[in-house]
Design a protein around this ligand. Structure first.
Ligand SMILES: [Zn+2]
Length: 81
């Protein structure tokens, strides 16, 4: 993948997504999060799916993310492990 990820890795982003959606990230981390999402199709999709899931469920829980969404992310970033 030819993505310029200045600070956050995709894995770190996924770990921060709940805090981001809760508005719990400090400004600096939030900026890096948004910069990453703007440059990364996989994380952009992931964030969208998280938002959709949360909107539908009315809950803010990572466990609510669909297996399909997780699969899509795993496929996008097979290099993680
Ligand atoms: Zn990413």
């Amino acid at each position: 993948m030819s993505i310029a990820l200045a600070h956050l890795s995709c894995r770190e982003l996924v770990e921060l997504v709940t805090a981001y959606l809760e508005g719990a990230l400090p400004a600096g981390a939030r900026k890096r999060f948004e910069a990453h999402v703007s440059q990364c199709d996989g994380c952009s999709t992931y964030l969208e799916q998280m938002r959709t899931t949360i909107r539908l469920s009315g809950a803010l829980r990572v466990e609510d993310v669909s297996p399909e969404a997780e699969q899509a992310l795993v496929h996008a970033f097979r290099g993680w492990r």
